[in-house]
Every structure is written in C-alpha cells, then in structure tokens.
Ligand binder design. Structure first.
Ligand SMILES: *Cc1c(COP(=O)(O)O)cnc(C)c1O
Length: 433
C-alpha cells in the first residue's frame, strides 16, 4: 500500500508516512485506496489484536511492517476494549483500559511499536530518535508511556504550565529515564508552535532525529479503526445486524477511524459525532461553511479544538458537504449538558463516566425515537472518569477509584523542568554536541 498527501504530491511508503508525520506540502497522509474486506476476512478473529492484524494487513502490505504485523498488533493491543451493555438499544465501548486510561493509548502504542521496527531496520543509527510532542492533556502521557524505556528513542513532552489537570500533569511527568517533561510558560498553542519551529529548524531536526507523534500521524489513525472493527463484528455476529456508533470528537481522529472502518466494509450503520461547545464541525455540517475559530475551554478539555485537522482527511474522502452529511451527523453539547449527563447516567446505572464520554451519552439521549427504533447504538468511552476526578467527583458527591495502572502512575514521583516558550530554550534542553 502506498500513501499520498491530501494535497497531492508524490506517493510514499508507510515507513515514510509514519516517520515524517505530515507530508512536505503540509497535507496529511492517506492510503491511495481503501481495501474492501469481507466479513469472511475476519473469520475466527475475535480478540482485538487478531482483528487488528486482519484489518491492517492490506495497509502494511509491501512495508517493513508486513511480515510481523500479527506480532506488532499483539504487542500494541495488549489491553481489553470491552463493550458494556447499558440498556436495550445502547452499549458503551470502553477504550480506557490501557496504560494511561484514555483511548490515545491505542494509537500511541501502535505508533511506538511500528516506529521501533522501522527505525530498528536502520542499524547504522547511533543516536536516539527524539519524539517531540506537544500536549494539552492525554496525548503526551500516552506517547510517553508507549516509548518509555524503548531503546533508541527518547520522548520530549511539552505541556502548558498550569493548564492541564493535576492528574494529567502527573501522567506527563512521572516517567524519567528516556522521557523529558517540559512545562512551557504559555498555552497549548505555544507548545505546538515550539514543536513546529523545532521541526522547521533543519539543524535541530537532523541533529536530534526529530519525529512527531501527534494525532495526525497515520500510524496513530490506522490502529484506531481496529476497535470499531472488533466491536461491530462482535455485534453483527451475535445479532445479525450492524451497530451504530456515537463518537466524542475533538480533532476528528477517533471519528475518522470509524468512517474508515465502515468504508472498508465493516458492519456499521450510523455514525454520530458528539462535540463540546467547540462547534466548528457541527456548524460545517449545518451550513456548509468551514469556519475554524479559536478554541473555547470546556469540561471535555481533550476535545477543545477549534480547527480540527483531520477534517482535511474527511473532506478528502467525502468530496462534497452533501456526501459528508450522508457519512456522519454531529451534535454539540454544552458544559451544562455534560454536567447533567454525568449526574443522570450515574443515577440511571450507577456508573461514573468522564466528561468526554458524557457528550456521547447526551447525544444518545437527545436522539428522536425514530433514530433509536430497530437500531443499536454504541457510545464510545474515551477516558476513565478517575482521570477527571476534579470534575466528576463533585458532581457525583463521591470519589471515583482510579484503575490499578493509573493508581500506580499517580504513586510515582513527578519531575519536570520549566521553560520559556522560546525555541532557544527548547534547543538547550534538547542538548547539543
Ligand atoms: C483526544 C481525546 C478525544 C478526542 O479525540 P479526537 O480524535 O481528537 O477527536 C476525546 N476524548 C478523550 C478523552 C481524548 O483524550
């Protein structure tokens, strides 16, 4: 399989698409064609790693990842993604059982395992690859966890000082070894700008073998289609009809993976996106006007995106707005509705959900009866509620117990350095020769 930029240009192999992140023309890499897989292609595959290997096989064909794809998937997908039935017509796909308790673990673990194989093939390299990642919360922790103690790699995480939740900050700063955590005096946008400046500096880029692990890397996107494949296959095998999904959406990576899964041939009926008060996507579907705007802070902070970059891939796939409307619908959810959903769902089922998952559950509750009749909806749960304890606990009036992996991370000592939002400061921390 070859990959092209959404803006045209030359075809590249999967290795280059993964190692370079974005295309030189500023576009995003997409496969040149989507394979069609029949249900028979998944016969006998039930575990996430097995389903992922069958799904990803055509995407890695012809690359260094092809021969070891089953092993690669077994290594990356070593935690469960259970579907929890809630009530008639509704279940929840829980994507938060990985090392950092958010769905970013799926993409980050696959990316790390893939990069290790790609870079490992280059045995002449003596200096480590530096993964430079700007984070507003969950990405940095997932990427640090995935590359922690991986020979040949180091991770430099940039996060905005004082602007991530205490538990998120702990997950960004508890690693040590080959992970350097830097609190930037500024906002998330400053962190992103610094990363861009570092990549644009040819000397820094080559000296440190800089690589990006941000969410537009095709190596993070592809593996996310695997859990939609597994969940939709399981539902179809049991009930003989397709399931529909509700996806909490920020940068549209998780949602795009769901659209891919359906295009590849998986039994998925509707796809409904749930955004927070950042309404760029819902407005676009309503008006046909693409108007990115500044980010509005919300309770579902990992979805605070005013200019979702994966829309470029979605438009590339769909062509016109009319076609996009056939593909997905979207609902935006206010902070007041998020709070109410966290409380109401707890009252119904005694299960706490995180603010992101709450947007999906709110989107389900507001569906007209006609959308529910004869249909099964699977809401996607993107993070464990204990990661957002400062929001969830006061609403429920009780504490939310962190899962064992998260509790272990929270018990580790934290270390980080603070830097000004200036490239020379970052360059100094990267080290020199
Ligand atoms: C990143 C994230 C999202 C948004 O996912 P996108 O792929 O950016 O749309 C939703 N929920 C949580 C918990 C996240 O970390």
């Amino acid at each position: 399989m070859q990959y092209r930029s959404t803006r045209g240009g030359q075809l590249v192999g999967l290795e280059q698409a993964i190692m370079s992140g974005t295309a030189p023309d500023g576009g995003l890499y997409v496969p040149v064609g989507l394979p069609q897989l029949s249900l028979a292609a998944f016969a006998g595959a039930t575990q996430l790693a097995e389903v992922a290997a069958r799904l990803l096989q055509p995407f890695v064909a012809g690359s260094t990842l092809e021969s070891g794809v089953a092993q690669l998937c077994a290594e990356a997908f070593d935690f469960p993604v259970p579907v929890r039935p809630l009530e008639e017509g509704l279940s929840v796909l829980e994507l938060f059982h990985g090392p950092t308790a958010a769905f970013k673990d799926v993409g980050a673990r696959f990316l790390a395992a893939a990069m290790a194989r790609i870079a490992g093939a280059d045995t002449a390299r003596h200096e480590p690859v530096t993964i430079l990642v700007a984070t507003s919360g969950d990405t940095g922790g997932a990427v640090a966890a995935a590359f922690h103690r991986r020979p040949g790699f180091r991770v430099v995480v940039l996060f905005p000082e004082g602007r991530v939740s205490p538990r998120q900050q702990h997950q960004l700063t508890c690693w040590g070894d080959n992970v350097l955590s830097l609190a930037v005096r500024g906002e998330f946008d400053d962190c992103q700008r610094l990363v861009k400046q570092a990549f644009a500096d040819a000397d820094l880029r080559t000296r440190h073998h800089l690589c990006s692990a941000n969410s537009i890397n095709v190596g993070r996107l592809l593996p996310q289609a695997a859990y939609y494949a597994q969940a939709s296959l399981a539902y179809f095998r049991q009930h003989g009809r397709p399931a529909s999904f509700i996806v909490p959406t920020g940068n549209l990576g998780n949602a795009f993976a769901c659209v891919w899964a359906r295009r590849i041939g998986l039994p998925i009926e509707r796809i409904l996106l749930a955004t927070n008060a950042n309404t760029t996507v819902t407005d676009f579907l309503a008006t046909g006007q693409w108007l990115p705007r500044p980010t509005v802070p919300t309770l579902a902070s990992a979805m605070d995106v005013g200019n979702p970059s994966n829309m470029e891939r979605l438009r590339d796939l769909c062509g016109t707005v009319a076609e996009l409307r056939e593909e997905v619908a979207a609902v935006s959810v206010t902070d007041a509705e998020i709070r109410a959903a966290i409380r109401d769902e707890f009252a119904r089922h005694a299960i706490p959900w995180c603010p992101h998952t709450a947007t999906a559950l709110h989107a389900y509750r507001q569906l007209p009866a006609s959308e529910c009749r004869g249909r099964h909806w699977i809401a996607v749960a993107t993070a464990h509620p204990a990661k957002f304890d400062t929001i969830v606990e006061p609403l429920l009036g009780q504490s939310v117990v962190p899962p064992p992996e998260l509790a272990r991370l929270l018990s580790l000592p934290a270390r980080y350095e603070t830097v000004a939002a200036e490239l020379p400061e970052l360059a100094a921390r990267l080290g020199g020769r």
